[in-house]
Design a protein around this ligand. Structure first.
Ligand code: ITT
Length: 191
């Protein structure tokens, strides 16, 4: 079976493909010939996930799901949040990471979480699934796997960052995996 995943982010596509391997073939925006950068103008993860999934329904008449996600840091009033992809003004992960580290300089409370909200548009209805993983922000980067803020995020109960984990290991515990698991349970019940 095929599922359309409304993303331009290749890393997200790879994580979702690995998680759904053997169950679904995952097509992303490039695969369905959608070359637009879908506007993400909402101020919530749910709102932006829904903008992405609805765009595909409207323009391609295909059921699909989208993931809007980001990092919330306690001491930064939950920033970067929905602005995670462009926190520094650029999409460059290193620049975004440096900005978070700079703002946290000298601050003791390093608590943070990754959040994913999935919007699944199916037969004209919007279904929302959320995943959260709690952790802390390191003072320096560590590891070179993953993407985005992975090199500074250490999930609770681990002494390594997401960027030091293989994709399969991250996929066992991540915010994205938790939200995806909820969607899979829903799809099974629906099948
Ligand atoms: P699409 O909208 O096309 O899916 P995007 O990268 O713009 O791709 P978002 O708007 O959801 O996606 O922004 C999420 C940003 O949050 C992403 O660019 C990363 O910087 C960060 N992020 C999300 N999930 C992450 C993860 O698992 N590990 C590290 N950083 C993550």
């Amino acid at each position: 079976k095929k599922l359309v995943f409304a993303t331009n982010n290749q890393h997200k596509t790879e994580e979702i493909r690995l998680a759904l391997a053997g169950k679904y073939e995952v097509l992303n925006l490039e695969d369905i010939g959608c070359l637009t950068d879908i506007p993400e103008t909402a101020d919530t993860f749910e709102g932006n996930a829904t903008l992405k999934s609805s765009y595909v329904v409207e323009h391609f008449n295909l059921d699909c799901f989208a993931d809007d996600s980001g990092l919330e840091v306690d001491a930064l009033n939950n920033e970067p949040g929905v602005y995670s992809a462009r926190y520094s003004g650029s999409r460059d992960s290193l620049e975004n990471i440096q900005l978070v580290l700079k703002k946290l300089e000298g601050i003791g409370n390093r608590k943070a979480r990754f959040k994913t909200v999935i919007s699944l548009m199916q037969d004209g209805k919007n279904h929302i699934f959320e995943g959260i993983i709690e952790g802390t922000i390191r003072t320096e980067l560590s590891g070179s796997k993953g993407f985005g803020y992975d090199p500074i995020f250490q999930p609770d109960g681990y002494d390594i960052t997401f960027a030091e984990m293989d994709m399969a290991e991250k996929n066992k515990i991540s915010h994205r995996a938790i939200a995806l698991e909820k969607m899979m349970t829903f799809l099974k019940g629906d099948a």
